[in-house]
Ligand binder design. Structure first.
Ligand code: CA
Length: 219
């Protein structure tokens, strides 16, 4: 999953990035509304964390412009404490959730997980496919109840495919959702990771759809 953080308080942006990366997300950041708007228009994010008070272009303007052009990624806005009007305006402008500053990092992570899960059509925090169960809260993966050790990157690939369970994911799409923008992207690497995942899971849940990509599905 790939997340965009638009926040001009650099220390907070750094903490957010660190925690999100620790939870297995690929993270891009922008420190002003202009750059953030551009990234949101041009890159496919699974969720966006958008501060409302931003230099150059404010967060509400960014959000309105995205929604006008049909950008549908779930957006969580960060508002000033007690500013109920900011929350109302934000939700009316197309925000999916909000948090007032200062917020707890755990609450933010839980909300981001829920936003992504719902946007991909899952009602619960555990996603099951065949004997494989991915717990989005803990990042734990089990096969027939047995825990499996995955590297951070293997988890990213599996998590994306399982969130999109039953649907074909092209290699390009997979790359766009597991790497941050400044990462050197290589589609051969994806194949290697899928191969490793198949061996570790020992279950035939990641199918290759010839010429199209991959699909996580019941064996
Ligand atoms: Ca700010």
């Amino acid at each position: 999953m790939r997340v965009l953080v638009i926040e001009d308080t650099l220390e907070l942006a750094r903490q957010l990035t660190q925690r999100l990366e620790g939870e297995g997300y690929a993270v891009d950041t922008a420190a002003d509304g202009e750059e953030g708007r551009f990234l949101g228009e041009t890159e496919p994010y699974d969720a966006v964390i958008l501060d409302l008070g931003l230099p150059k272009v404010d967060g509400l303007t960014v959000l309105r412009s995205w929604r006008r052009t049909g950008m549908t990624a779930p957006v969580l806005i960060l508002t000033a404490r007690g500013a109920w009007n900011e929350k109302v305006q934000g939700i009316d402008a197309g925000a999916d959730d909000y948090l007032a500053k200062p917020f707890s990092m755990e609450e933010l992570l839980a909300r981001v997980r829920a936003l992504i899960r719902r946007a991909k059509g899952h009602a619960t925090a555990e996603i099951a496919c065949g004997g494989v169960v991915l717990d989005t809260r803990t990042g734990r993966v089990t096969v027939n109840g047995e825990p499996i050790e995955l590297t951070a990157f293997e988890y990213r690939v599996l998590s994306y495919l399982m969130h999109r369970k039953g649907q074909v994911v092209s290699r390009t799409e997979l790359i766009e959702h597991v790497y941050a923008q400044d990462f050197d992207r290589d589609s051969n690497t994806i194949e290697v990771f899928v191969g490793r995942l198949r061996r570790k899971l020992g279950a035939d849940i990641i199918k290759t759809v010839r010429g199209l990509g991959y699909r996580a599905d019941e064996p």
